[in-house]
Design a protein around this ligand. Structure first.
Ligand SMILES: Nc1ncnc2c1ncn2[C@@H]1O[C@H](COP(=O)(O)OS(=O)(=O)O)[C@@H](OP(=O)(O)O)[C@H]1O
Ligand SMILES: [Mg+2]
Ligand SMILES: [Mg+2]
Ligand SMILES: [Mg+2]
Length: 381
């Protein structure tokens, strides 16, 4: 791959994810302190918030402005259905307000702000512009504006995920993790005692201490971490990035497994069986969102497994950015049959064999894949 290819796209992607992290931090703080922000349920009963819709509008508007308007193809999670309902006027107004507040701060991140605040129709257009379904050819941005919305509304972990897919392959990924904590064990904090919880009573990046943006370009062999920018420290950016690498631990007894918090999203008893059979001994870290991929890439955990119920189709925006960052940090990600994930088939990871296994290295990965083969028939999945 040409070294300079995608340089501008990646730089813009990192900047817009910083803008989005800032937006999310403010909305989450309001949500938790005053309970004034709207959380609504989508048709599948999953939550969506002002932050999900506002990040999608903000990133869509910035990418379209910078890379050529209607021609920019964006595959993203949200649409305007929920805010087009008669009783959603308050939510829509909050989204328009949040988007404009956020775009006004774009110059802090080296991006141009709009000349005048966006009107409601423009915000709706920015959200619904992200209606591409991707596919095997062409260039597609892939966005999960807030991944782990459940974690977000609980004051816990969540991520902003943006990737670029070209001709069916992820060419780079950017993952914003505004609440990535100082101590790895705080990734699990919702399971801890009240004492830990009260230490984290505020969820601003400062309280968690280590909010970050990770990014990697496919084939570069490098994955990078930038801390979130506090206050007006923009001048130092982007020189503050540092390289990250996966853990070198390959002894299962010392390895840490990450998995989704909700049993509905991944079969905890099946992964516990696999973990036991390969000799894992530590308690799993249950973490909302693609922060699990971030934890593997940063070397804070060695394994991430997700086995959704049969019939559930994984979406590309829940994995694209995380996969490339883990791979370039030295790890590997496959389905449970050992095959790389296929981002070329539209908005779903079509053909995914049973589940997802991300590891810091080959040794652990081989052991887990073999364990899946040995235990699948008796698993009832
Ligand atoms: N039934 C079911 N099975 C499997 N996966 C599902 C399911 N429902 C939702 N999702 C997707 O899971 C995304 C959140 O994954 P997490 O790993 O963060 O799950 S968890 O909150 O820790 O349980 C979540 O992403 P967001 O909607 O962006 O939060 C969903 O895309
Ligand atoms: Mg998601
Ligand atoms: Mg989401
Ligand atoms: Mg969602």
């Amino acid at each position: 791959m040409e070294k300079d290819k995608y340089t501008k796209e990646l730089e813009v992607a990192v900047r817009v994810v910083h803008v989005a992290c800032d937006l999310c931090g403010r909305v989450q703080e309001r949500l938790l302190s005053a309970n004034i922000d709207h959380v609504v349920s989508k048709d599948d009963d999953s939550p969506v918030t002002v932050a999900d819709l506002s990040v999608q509008a903000t990133i869509s508007w910035l990418l379209s402005r910078i890379f050529g308007g209607q021609n920019v193809s964006i595959v993203a999670e949200e649409d305007t259905e929920i805010i087009s309902k008669d009783d959603s006027a308050g939510l829509l107004a909050a989204v328009v307000d949040t988007v404009n507040h956020s775009l006004a701060s774009a110059p802090k991140y080296g991006l141009q702000r709009p000349e005048t605040p966006l009107r409601t129709a423009e915000v709706l257009e920015a959200i619904s512009h992200c209606n591409s379904t991707g596919g095997p050819s062409g260039r597609h941005w892939v966005l999960d504006p807030v991944d782990g919305t459940l974690g977000f509304v609980r004051g816990d972990q969540y991520a902003v995920a943006l990737a670029l897919v070209e001709d069916g392959k992820v060419v780079f990924g950017v993952l914003g993790c505004p609440n990535y904590p100082v101590k790895t064990e705080w990734l699990n904090y919702h399971h801890q005692h009240d004492e830990t919880r009260s230490n984290l009573s505020s969820t601003t990046p400062d309280a968690w201490g280590k909010g970050c943006v990770l990014y990697a370009r496919k084939g570069s062999g490098e994955a990078w971490l930038q801390p979130l920018i506090a206050g007006d420290k923009m001048l130092e950016w982007p020189n503050c990035a540092r390289l990250i690498q996966v853990s070198s631990v390959d002894d299962p007894a010392l390895a840490t497994l990450c998995e989704p918090v909700e049993r509905a999203n991944s079969n905890h008893s099946f992964t516990a069986g696999l973990a036991h059979s390969v000799g894992l001994r530590k308690q799993p870290l249950r973490v909302h969102s693609m922060v699990k991929y971030a934890a593997i890439a940063r070397g804070d955990a060695e394994i991430f497994m997700k086995f959704a119920r049969s019939g559930y189709k994984e979406k590309i925006w829940d994995h694209a950015a995380g996969v490339v960052i883990v791979e370039e940090a030295g790890g590997m990600v496959t389905d449970a049959g050992g095959r790389r994930l296929d981002f070329s088939k539209g908005m779903y990871l079509e053909g995914l064999d049973r589940g997802i296994i991300a590891c810091s290295g080959l040794t652990l990965h081989d052991k887990l894949i073999s364990a899946v083969y040995a235990s699948w028939d008796s698993s009832n999945l």
